[in-house]
Each structure stands twice: as C-alpha cells, then as structure tokens.
Ligand binder design. Structure first.
Ligand SMILES: NC(=O)c1ccc[n+]([C@@H]2O[C@H](COP(=O)([O-])OP(=O)(O)OC[C@H]3O[C@@H](n4cnc5c(N)ncnc54)[C@H](O)[C@@H]3O)[C@@H](O)[C@H]2O)c1
Length: 263
C-alpha cells in the first residue's frame, strides 16, 4: 500500500480481471483513481464491481483495434478521461525451442506485442493534446524479468517481453519529441504465483527441467537476492508510483521489480 494520491485521474488496466492486473486495478483505485478494467474475460466485470463505486469494466481483446477504440471511448465517456494506461494483458505458453508450435508463437506475438502496440497507439492518441482525453499522462507497460535473463522453455515469451521493452523506449521518445505530454515506462516483474506464474513453475516440472514445481520455484528464489517470490502488491505499488507525479521525471525507463533476480 502506497500513500500516493491519484484522485481525479482515470486509469485503464488491460488484463485486469485477475492476477497482477487485478492487483494494479485495486491499488490504483485505493490511491483515488477511477479505474476501467479491460479484459477478454468478462469476469472482469465482477472484479471492477469489487473496486466500489465509480469504476467500470469493458470487454477488450487487446489484439482487436476496434475494441481499443471502444475501450478508450468507454473510459472517456463513462469515467471522464484517460490519464493512466497499464498495458498488462499478456500470455505465456511454455515450450522448448525444438518443440514450439506455430499457433502458440502467434498467440504470444499477438497478445504481448500487437496488443501492447495497439494500447500504445490508442493510449497516446487519446492522451495527447488533441486527443479525446487530451491531458497527457502515464503509460506503464508490463514486460518481465524474462526480458533480462535467460530461463529455459520461455524463449518466445522472453522475446515478446524484450519487444515490450523496446516499444516502451521508442514510444517515450516519440511522445516527447511530438509534445504528447505522456511518459511511457515499463516494469519487469519477477515471478509471482498468479495463474500464469504458478503455471510456469508446473510447466518447468512437466518439461523435465526441474524435479517438481516446488524445485523450480526454489531455483528462482535462489537467484533472487531478496530471497522470495514476488507478490501482486509489489507490482501494483510500482505501477501506482509510475502513474503518479512522484515519477514525473522517469520516462522511457524499464524498472526491475524482481527482488534483484535480473541484475
Ligand atoms: N505472474 C508472473 O510471474 C509474471 C512475471 C512477469 C511478467 N508478468 C506479466 O504480467 C502480466 C499479467 O500476468 P498475470 O500473472 O497476472 O497473468 P494471468 O494469466 O493471471 O492474467 C492475465 C490476464 O490477461 C487477460 N488477457 C489475456 N489475453 C488477453 C487479451 N487478448 N485481451 C485482453 N485481456 C487478455 C486474461 O484474461 C487475464 O485476466 C502479463 O503481461 C505477464 O506476462 C507476469
């Protein structure tokens, strides 16, 4: 829990129905922002209701451009603007490179790279001075420690998260050069036992890379100076900070939130 005040800001969080995105939505709402959860999973409506009054849900497949236009319009019309965008939706499908399937590669490229790019496109268009929201703001992309280390069985996922890192830098540069007034940063979360994180540990065991999921988790902790896995709140607090004026001179940066695993 942070003491940052985001009263008066409107935040859109993709993939906010569960996991890290849900935690980010909760933390942004707790800091005073009005939050629009955007997710392909309609259970996000219940998550949004759990945030209390003044928040919303919109069904969004981040790979669908028309869906992005509708989601941004919903934010502006229903919540009064768009000041913070968290491009959090992502997918991870584990496979050794020798076994990776074309459909799975395409799914990860689509959601993690195309989805984040469309978020940047429509977020920047809305937030820049001539946009529907028009007040500048902060975009936070969710990369991964996988973009900073080599871990087996997540080659394509790691590649997509490195792409998120580069997209972040170029978007920040364009935004600055063109006077959009939007800061663009990313975080690299360490392993957090959400559905995705726990699934990854199980995959490591079923692919024979570790004796068990617990052994895989132990190996991650062993590589982490802070000596534990990440928690949802660790990522949420970093997002709230980057969304806030406390981070006003942080731009085009990638911030590890991984207990030191990726150093
Ligand atoms: N959990 C970890 O250990 C970890 C570590 C590093 C980075 N990350 C990243 O953090 C983000 C969130 O991960 P998580 O652990 O909460 O995963 P999760 O699987 O628990 O949740 C992902 C959410 O994204 C939504 N989603 C998936 N595809 C979508 C699409 N096409 N359009 C809209 N929404 C979609 C899902 O419905 C779900 O609500 C991802 O980008 C992930 O790559 C996670």
């Amino acid at each position: 829990m942070t003491s940052i005040d985001l009263t008066g800001r409107v935040a859109l969080v993709t993939g906010g129905a569960q996991g890290l995105g849900e935690g980010m939505a909760r933390a942004l709402a707790a800091a005073g922002a009005r939050v629009m959860i955007a997710d392909i999973n309609e259970a996000g409506a219940e998550t949004a209701a759990g945030l209390g009054e003044g928040h919303g849900f919109v069904r969004l497949d981040v790979t669908d451009e028309a869906g992005w236009e509708a989601a941004v319009a919903a934010c502006v019309d229903q919540l009064g603007g768009l000041d913070v965008l968290v491009n959090n939706a992502g997918v991870e499908i584990s496979a050794l490179i020798t076994e990776v399937q074309v459909d799975d590669i395409r799914t990860m490229l689509d959601v993690n790279i195309l989805g984040t790019t469309l978020g940047l496109k429509h977020g920047l268009r809305a937030m820049r001075p001539d946009g529907a929201a028009g007040k500048g703001g902060s975009i936070i992309n969710i990369s991964s420690v996988a973009a900073t280390i080599a871990f087996p069985a997540i080659s394509v996922y790691s590649g997509t998260k490195s792409a998120v890192d580069r997209l972040t830098r170029v978007a920040a540069m364009e935004s600055g050069k063109l006077g959009y007034g939007v800061r663009v940063n990313c975080i690299y979360p360490g392993l957090v036992p959400t559905a995705m994180g726990a699934g990854l540990a199980n995959d490591m065991a079923s692919l024979g890379l570790y004796g068990s999921a617990e052994e895989a988790v132990g190996a991650v902790i062993e590589l982490t100076p802070s000596g534990r896995l990440g928690e949802v709140e660790d990522m949420a607090d970093a997002v709230v900070f980057l969304a806030s004026d406390a981070a006003r001179f942080i731009n085009g940066a990638g911030i590890p939130v991984d207990g030191g695993m990726g150093m």
